[in-house]
Design a protein around this ligand. Structure first.
Ligand code: ZN
Length: 327
């Protein structure tokens, strides 16, 4: 009986500490290593600074951070378009005047962009608080971005073609549409009307800003109305859809363009895929809500890689405004 007890205790010990040993035998590794010290010591994992390498969400390979700007934040292995900071995007897309560096011979260069004035409404009209007060979230986002809200409003040029630009900043509260963002769209549209300029919206947004509730949803109607004024005046309106463009932004000014250009692989949709699947109880097709899928189904006009966007936009602006400025 005593022998049986000991055998049982021994087996329990082995089971608890079982590891895969030499030749695949299951042995109690800690039991053995307690007796025989390993001759080869495990090498320490080399620490890699997180901000030096980035893992590509497309192919999973490591991309060297320092190489990203020269490749316009596209993966050097598979070309996957990573999310790109709005200020860096605008600095690339818009002409920077005489100081601009090397340029293809014969390409026009317009003056550096100037800000379009936007009167941002007073903060936090609903005194909203979730886990954190909305005022505190705004303060934090402003400190990080150095901007007042999730937009940039600029009068710039793309290869010499003038354009009024409203770009959303995904790094500022996920580019959500606040009253400030709505105001920016209206201001840029009015500026375009006044100066008879085409308008370009660059979208990257999680949708409406929940902290502003219905007031945020109202911006869908306001921005759509502002774009309609452009259309009535015969001024072109182009949308560059970047990853991700979702919710109330997709359901308003992002989808009312004369031309919709999307970035490769960008997520563009209204409701999230999981919500749709749960609602319709069907599995969604491969690539659903991605730029290429939307191109196939006629929701966007072109899927244009970053490196080509500038030239294509300049060509579009040139063609679409040839009769505008005279009128
Ligand atoms: Zn990749």
């Amino acid at each position: 009986m005593v022998l049986l007890k000991w055998t049982f205790a021994f087996l329990v010990y082995f089971k608890k500490d079982a590891g895969k040993g030499i030749l695949g035998y299951r042995v109690g590794m800690s039991f053995l290593t307690d007796l025989i010290r390993p001759s080869i010591k495990t090498t320490k994992k080399r620490e890699v600074a997180a901000d030096v390498w980035e893992k590509c969400p497309g192919c999973g390979q490591l991309i060297y951070d320092a190489e990203l700007p020269q490749h316009l934040y596209c993966c050097t292995h598979c070309g996957h378009h990573l999310r790109w900071n709005v200020d860096e995007r605008l600095a690339y897309l818009l002409d920077q005047g005489e100081e601009q560096g090397s340029q293809e011979p014969g390409t026009k260069v317009g003056p550096a962009p100037v800000a379009i004035e936007v009167r941002v409404p007073a903060d936090d009209p609903l005194q909203f608080k979730d886990r954190k007060a909305y005022k505190a979230r705004l303060k934090e986002a402003r400190a990080v971005s150095g901007h007042n809200d999730a937009f940039r409003a600029l009068h710039g040029h793309i290869e010499g073609q003038p354009v009024a630009v409203c770009a959303l900043d995904f790094d500022f509260m996920a580019g959500s549409m606040s009253r400030g963002v709505g105001e920016a769209l209206v201001a840029v549209a009015q500026y375009a009307l006044e100066h008879r300029l085409p308008m370009l919206a660059i979208t990257a947004s999680g949708g409406a800003r929940m902290q502003e509730s219905t007031l945020s949803l109202m911006q869908m109607a306001r921005s759509t109305a502002a774009i309609s004024m452009l259309k009535e005046a015969g001024l072109p309106y182009i949308v560059l859809l970047t990853d991700p463009t979702t919710g109330g932004v997709t359901a308003s000014f992002a989808m009312t363009g004369d031309v919709h250009m999307a970035e490769p692989g960008a997520l563009i949709g209204f409701a999230g895929a999981r919500v749709i699947e749960q609602t319709i109880r069907q599995t969604l097709p491969e690539g659903f809500q991605r730029a290429e899928y939307l191109l196939e189904h006629g929701m966007v006009d072109m899927v244009t890689p970053r490196a080509e966007q500038k030239a294509v936009l300049a060509r579009l602006l040139g063609m679409m405004t040839s009769g505008v400025r005279a009128g």
